[in-house]
Design a protein around this ligand. Structure first.
Ligand SMILES: [Zn+2]
Length: 86
């Protein structure tokens, strides 16, 4: 069975899921959570662990995760910026 592919929110390339990091909205829809194990419920978005893709993703993440009006985009950017690049 081939691995499903997902599109990176940063560079928009479609790559095998395991190459990407999954992010989901938190329970309040006011921020994001990194889903290291790929098990958290809800809509997910996928992004490469690279500073370029992560910084683009921080500006695009709101729509795919259906984040609410209370989303703190600065906090979202900080969560993504804290992810170590590979
Ligand atoms: Zn990417």
């Amino acid at each position: 069975m081939s691995e499903p592919s997902r599109t990176c929110l940063g560079c928009k390339k479609s790559v095998p899921k395991s190459k990407l990091l999954r992010i989901v909205a938190d329970a309040e829809k006011s921020g994001i959570v990194i889903d290291e194990d790929g098990v958290l419920p809800g809509r997910g978005a996928y992004v490469h662990r690279g500073s370029k893709c992560l910084s683009i993703a921080s500006r695009r993440v709101r729509a795919p995760l259906r984040l609410g009006d209370r989303v703190d985009l600065d906090a979202v950017g900080q969560v993504l910026a804290a992810i170590p690049s590979e």
